[in-house]
Write a protein of this length. Structure first.
Length: 47
C-alpha cells in the first residue's frame, strides 16, 4: 500500500507544532502540583 508522503509530512508538522505547547502546559502543571505539597490547598483548588 503506497504511503502519501506529503500527507505524512503535513501530519508530522502539525504534530510538531502542537506538541511543544502541550508539553509545556503539562510540565507547568506538574511543576505547580509538585510545588504544592499542601493537600488542603489542592483540595480547595479541586473542590
Amino acid at each position: 500500500m503506497p504511503i502519501d508522503i506529503g500527507n505524512v509530512l503535513r501530519r508530522h508538522r502539525v504534530a510538531e507544532e502542537q506538541q511543544p505547547v502541550a508539553a509545556d502546559n503539562a510540565s507547568r502543571l506538574l511543576k505547580r502540583f509538585s510545588n504544592i505539597r499542601n493537600r488542603s490547598y489542592v483540595s480547595r483548588l479541586v473542590g
